[in-house]
Design a binder for this molecule. Structure first.
Ligand SMILES: Cc1ncc(COP(=O)(O)O)c(C=O)c1O
Length: 968
């Protein structure tokens, strides 16, 4: 451990717990005792002993440092922050200085109404963030000149990799065709694509496409092979703004698609890729107000031309209508996604980058098209002034046409120049021994130009005129963008503030009430844990800044890595994956590389239980594996007979099994050790999906009970907020024999082993700037606090199961009816008898002031409830009371007293507008809107009534609808 950690544990007496544990954990000691009585156990220890199989229990306390107080932890973070040296970054390569408008920083990034929200699967309570996302989609679609944009991807590198597979799916050229990559792509993007291409058997050919002018020359550049896709950077990594029209035409002639990796700010001035022939555009929206954060998180983007929208990876927001006929937003075309299509999904993306997409969209809303253009002109003006000064001083600038980046010839002096610039407080980029590049951004001013000029021993002008762009007219943008009124209405801070408030008021986030989503662990994201995220010492670091300038964050990363190893029982961890899905992919790549190193590359079968999360199967396919499904037995456990049979059948080709533990059924299966043994005996590896680690921390360690690799979701167990659907961090943790095959990074030797599988994210440490959140959580809780949190998470779930069991069958449980940290309420029989569906119950819960539990996963027709340790007894009782009251409402339908179509359940959620309008329901307004437990003064009003999802898929609209649509 690197920081000076004060041992300032204060205790709550009886349990010797840090004071913070009492704030993170909802139920008080008295509540715990009362709840234990309800579930029939004397102590947390006896409950946990009964819940977990003895064979997997850890034998001692967690060995992490004793907890510190909140103020001490903030001090420690400050000490780490001081060890980072924030220089002016002119490195570029997809990461730029940007000014986050304070109104957006305070009211989005630092506002729990935005950052504690969940993915908008329940659209009626997510209209605010859905509107923000449709604004994001409009920004991307307008600027790139392509019809449809998704609602964010994980970063530019992975977005380019997704474009590669999209182009492969969409192109009709035969298998064996190659992806042709222009050499001016960002180096990390090329590397991420290589990592993704390898297991899929896609050959990537990198070539200089600048002079390609015909189908013949395009094929020649590809080594005379068929080409299914071409990807170019616009402007290039060297800064050059190239005209790719001829390349696009040639590509189309040979049946290939074209992707432009494009800079959104440059696109305010440069011809949109969709206008010069690109089929797909990808990139990052980082420089739209999202700090560099040592690499992330930022929202990657992808947009596509008409006809490709059904192939888009990730989430897409569309417009539909509610039952009152009003327009309403919701996620569109979900049947493309991994949770439905599993191994046939368009990609494995689940958690994306919603919070950052919201920030970028609001940056565009605040500045509008004129403001964005002015920023771009200013950036370009500074780049021109820089170039002029250098050229006048005899320095050779290699660009002819550029937006913000110059490549400069320095003949063998690159290291010297980089060091000289650093002396003056500026980081420039070493391209190779003979060239450096310098990027200008929104934050650049004359002082920075002066620093660069003096590095080269020249001087430049003392003012920066804002002139027209200096590239050929064919590439000068003429088309309008962001014409929708939303991008013209919020210029004043007052108006912007109110717009943000209006949208967040439409949403239900953790700051309003419990979000009992099974498998999602919506626990407290404590304010102290969040504070360091926006400190400049973490927020303003470029991911490729020299190691000696970033000691503090690296030290934090190594602390957190060590703690995660201790907690999980693994030997090594990579924090690079920026979502659970990416951790899965990295873990499976490690398994494949291990088999290959042992001469067993034929091992490609991945066993996956029927109940697994959809990302598992989608990740396995991305890692070049073949999915074989293992059945579920009657009690919900893995069918061990089927497993034995499948292991036997595929013995020689078995690569791995992927299991979630405790299972997605919310049960600690006794058979886990036997399962590990079976798979190992057949030469396979065991992947334990760690999404449910909140039920294990301090009690059992996957790396010690037989697993070889796990991903964790720091945005679940380790308190990173969900952000409305991202950001996330999905570290992959492995045992010693897989450590050599963890991800690494071409631009950062410390990011992973030399023998690693390549980068799976654009940045060496993924979403590094949010790691202080998890670091602070571990420091605040210490080993005892973390263990207690797990115990109470299990207690809370069992308390709910016990209270609700007589009203709704609890689908699966272990011995004595004990569940793990979540429980599944089975509504299937009730639905058969009454016609009331899980959907009806989920929407009715909105009237009661709750976010619905997870619907129909892992079993259709059920609700999966995970309260987490952070919910207190009051809120848990309020939820149970609501569920009981809803059960009575169902009973009235069951008995025939009320027709389901006329029931409060089917007509939920009830809006204020419905209440004020003509009332035609056979129940009272007050019953609809103020059911038991709802205080009229605190009522959450859903802004729309129930949304018709299918309508929206039939009439796909994925950018801002005209305001008239909302009239009436
Ligand atoms: C069991 C399980 N595995 C994997 C994932 C994927 O994680 P992410 O959404 O971070 O990609 C989830 C997400 O909810 C999950 O519940």
């Amino acid at each position: 451990m690197s920081a000076q950690h004060a041992s300032t544990t204060s205790t709550t007496g009886a349990h010797d717990l840090p004071a913070f544990a009492g704030r993170h954990i909802g139920p008080s000691q008295g509540d715990v005792e009362a709840m234990l009585q309800v579930v029939g156990h004397e102590s947390l220890e006896s409950l946990v002993d009964a819940a977990l199989p003895g064979a997997i229990r850890t034998d001692g306390p967690l060995r992490v440092e004793p907890a510190a107080s909140e103020s001490a932890v903030v001090e420690e973070l400050r000490a780490l922050a001081r060890r980072n040296q924030v220089m002016t970054s002119m490195i570029g390569l997809g990461y730029y200085g940007t000014i986050t408008p304070a109104v957006i920083q305070r009211n989005v990034l630092e506002n729990p109404a935005w950052y504690t929200a969940y993915t908008p699967y329940q659209p009626e309570i997510s209209q605010g963030r859905l509107e923000a996302l449709i604004n994001f989609q409009t920004v991307v679609s307008d600027l790139t000149g392509l019809a449809t944009s998704g609602a964010s991807l994980l970063d530019e590198g992975t977005a380019a990799a997704e474009a590669m597979t999209l182009m492969r799916r969409a192109s009709k050229v035969p298998a064996g065709a190659v992806l042709l990559v222009d050499e001016h792509l960002f180096p990390q993007t090329k590397a991420v694509m290589q990592t993704r291409a390898l297991p899929l058997g896609i050959d990537v050919v990198v070539a200089d496409l600048t002079s390609v002018g015909s189908a013949t020359s395009l094929r020649a550049a590809a080594g005379d092979r068929d080409v299914f896709g071409v990807i170019v950077q616009y402007p290039g990594a060297d800064g050059e703004v190239r005209d790719w029209r001829a390349v696009a035409a040639a590509a189309h002639e040979v049946g290939a698609l074209v992707t432009a990796a494009a800079d959104l700010l440059a696109l305010t001035l440069a011809t949109a890729p969709g206008e010069w022939g690109a089929d797909v555009a990808v990139g990052t929206s980082q420089r739209f107000g999202v700090p560099m954060g040592f690499g992330g998180p930022h929202a990657g983007y992808m947009s596509v031309r008409a006809g490709l929208e059904r192939s888009l990876p990730g989430r897409l927001v569309g417009v539909s209508v509610d039952t009152e006929g009003a327009p309403a937003y919701r996620l569109a075309l979900q049947t493309r996604e991994q949770h439905i299509r599993r191994e046939k999904a368009t990609s494995n993306i689940c958690t994306a980058q919603v919070l950052l997409a919201v920030m970028a969209s609001m940056y565009a809303v605040y500045h509008g098209p004129d403001g964005l253009t002015a920023i771009a002109r200013r950036v370009h003006g500074h780049a021109r002034a820089l170039a002029d000064g250098l050229s006048a001083g005899g320095v050779e600038v290699l660009n002819e046409s550029y937006f913000d980046t110059l490549t400069v010839r320095v003949e063998g002096r690159a290291d010297e120049v980089v060091a000289e610039a650093a002396q003056r407080g500026v980081n420039v980029w070493r391209v190779d021994a003979d060239r450096v590049s310098v990027s200008v951004d929104e934050t650049t001013d004359l002082r920075h130009l002066d620093a660069v000029w003096s590095t080269f021993g020249v001087s430049g002008s003392t003012s920066v005129p804002i002139e027209d762009v200096q590239w050929p007219t064919e590439l000068v943008r003429t088309s309008e963008f962001l014409t929708h009124p939303v991008f013209h209405s919020h210029r004043s801070e007052t108006s912007m503030l109110r717009y943000l408030r209006r949208l967040s008021d439409r949403d239900f986030a953790l700051d309003r009430g419990m979000i009992p989503l099974g498998s999602c662990t919506m626990k407290l994201n404590a304010t102290t844990e969040m504070v360091a995220v926006t400190w400049p010492e973490f927020a303003h670091l470029h991911p490729f800044a020299p190691a000696h300038q970033t000691e503090g964050i690296r030290s934090l990363i190594s602390d957190l890595s060590a703690w995660l190893c201790e907690i999980t029982g693994y030997d090594a961890v990579s924090l690079q994956p920026n979502a659970g899905s990416q951790g899965e992919f990295a873990g499976l790549l490690a398994i494949h590389a291990y088999h290959e190193a042992n001469g067993q590359s034929q091992r490609r079968i991945c066993l996956i239980p029927a109940s697994a999360h959809g990302t598992n199967a989608a990740s396995a396919v991305m890692a070049g594996m073949k999915v074989v499904v293992v059945k579920t037995a009657a009690g919900g456990d893995i069918d061990m007979d089927d497993l034995r049979a499948k292991v036997e059948q595929h013995r020689d080709e078995l690569a791995a099994i992927m299991v979630t533990y405790p299972s997605t059924h919310g049960v600690f299966e006794d058979t886990i050790t036997e399962l590990c043994g079976l798979v190992h005996d057949a030469g396979g590896q065991v992947y334990v999906d760690g999404a449910n680690l909140n039920a294990l921390v301090g009690l059992a360690r996957p790396g010690k009970f037989g697993a070889d690799v796990s991903h964790l979701n720091l945005h679940k167990t380790f308190c990173i907020p969900h952000g409305g659907g991202g950001p996330g961090v999905g570290p992959v943790a492995v045992r010693e024999h897989l450590a050599a095959h963890l991800p690494n990074h071409p631009l950062s030797a410390e990011a992973g082993p030399q023998t690693g599988v390549g980068p799976i994210s654009a940045a060496p440490f993924g979403s590094a700037s949010i790691l202080p959140i998890s670091w602070a959580y571990v420091r605040l809780m210490g080993g005892a606090g973390l263990t207690r949190a797990t115990q109470v998470a299990i207690l809370n779930a069992n308390y709910i199961a016990t209270r609700l069991r007589e009203h709704y069958p609890v689908l699966y449980s272990g011995h004595d009816g004990i569940v793990a940290h979540e429980c599944i309420l089975d509504l299937r029989d009730l639905t058969k008898r009454s016609g009331v569906t899980v959907d009806d119950v989920a929407k009715r819960l909105v009237d009661y002031g709750f976010h619905a539990p997870t619907m129909s996963f892992p079993v259709a027709g059920t609700l999966m409830v995970e309260p987490t340790e952070s919910e207190d007894r009051y809120e848990i009782d309020r939820f149970c009371d609501a569920m009981v009251a809803i059960r009575h409402e169902i009973a009235a339908v069951e008995s025939g007293d009320v027709a389901v179509a006329d029931s409060m359940l089917r007509n939920a959620p009830h809006t204020a507008k419905a209440l004020a309008g003509k009332w035609e329901y056979p129940y009272e307004r007050s019953e609809a809107a103020f059911p038991v437990g709802v205080n009229a003064a605190d009522k959450y009003w859903p802004p729309v009534a129930r949304i018709d999802g299918a309508y929206g898929d039939r009439h796909l609209v994925c950018s801002c609808p005209p305001p008239e649509a909302f009239e009436g």
